[in-house]
Design a protein around this ligand. Structure first.
Ligand code: SF4
Ligand code: FES
Length: 255
């Protein structure tokens, strides 16, 4: 089925100073469990501008063509991590993906991220993802009495885990991992990234516990170093490197 939004203005009609507009087709994989268990594809053609992102085009569809189109988004600026989806076969944030970078002369294919149950259209059930995240205890663990002054840390100690503090829990890495697709029990890259953030924090005392948890048969050893996760991460985190560092800490007990 194809739906088209009105108000299309060709680039030739653009006045001086205006941002050129063009028509773009979104080919979206949809699921409406109230009607059928079978997913289906639907195309929408909308007018967009050179500065628009995929999220802007999706908003246009939702607000002007079909209000039933369902997807998550919140901040629209790459911070909340809620709009990860498969765009032209790659996991990306819709709010950080410019249409002009995708060759908008061809339909842009949008699907839900893989490996998690689809609830409706592009919305997946994130609970299995967050269950793994919670299991690695992503919080500072300390013993004894609370200190009377701040817990001090040198710039070098802070740098040790700086990269993994950038995670926004979008699941782009975990849902791009072939091991996760075939075995939903695998903790997945995001949980390991968030364990790394605390394992290498000099103020934390829970590293041994976390390493024990990740030494499980569904833990870090399932990683096959395919680098999909690093390529998918919209924050540029070196996910595979973090996983390797956790593996090394497990063997050397140096953290
Ligand atoms: S590591 Fe990157 S891709 Fe994975 S959840 Fe965090 S921000 Fe998203
Ligand atoms: S909507 Fe928040 S990261 Fe895209």
């Amino acid at each position: 089925m194809t739906a088209v939004a009105e108000n299309s203005t060709s680039a030739a009609e653009t006045k001086a100073g205006e941002i050129p507009s063009f028509d773009v087709t979104l080919r979206i994989r949809r699921l409406d469990p109230d009607r059928s268990d079978e997913p289906f594809w639907e195309e929408f053609t909308v007018t967009a501008h050179a500065t628009d992102r995929v999220l802007d085009a999706m908003h246009k569809v939702k607000w002007e063509v079909d209000g039933s189109l369902t997807f998550r988004r919140s901040c629209a600026h790459g911070i909340c991590g809620s709009d990860a989806m498969r765009i032209n076969g790659r996991n990306r944030l819709a709010c950080k993906t410019l249409l002009k970078d995708l060759d908008p002369s061809k339909p842009i294919v949008i699907e839900p991220i893989k490996g998690l149950p689809v609830l409706k259209d592009l919305v997946v059930d994130m609970e299995p993802f967050f269950a793994s995240y919670r299991e690695v205890m992503p919080f500072l663990i300390t013993g004894g009495n609370a200190p009377t002054a701040e817990r001090r840390q040198s710039p070098e100690e802070r740098a040790r885990y700086d990269d993994t503090t950038k995670c926004i829990l979008c699941a782009a890495c975990t849902s791009s991992c072939p091991v996760f697709w075939t075995d939903g029990q695998y903790f997945g890259p995001a949980a390991i990234v968030n364990a790394h953030r605390f394992i290498f924090d000099s103020r934390d005392e829970g590293a041994a516990q976390r390493l024990e948890i990740l030494n499980d048969k569904e833990g870090v050893w399932r990683c096959r170093t395919t680098f999909n996760c690093s390529e998918a991460c919209p924050r540029g985190i070196e996910v595979t490197k973090a996983i390797q560092e956790v593996k090394r800490a497990m063997i050397t007990r140096a953290f």
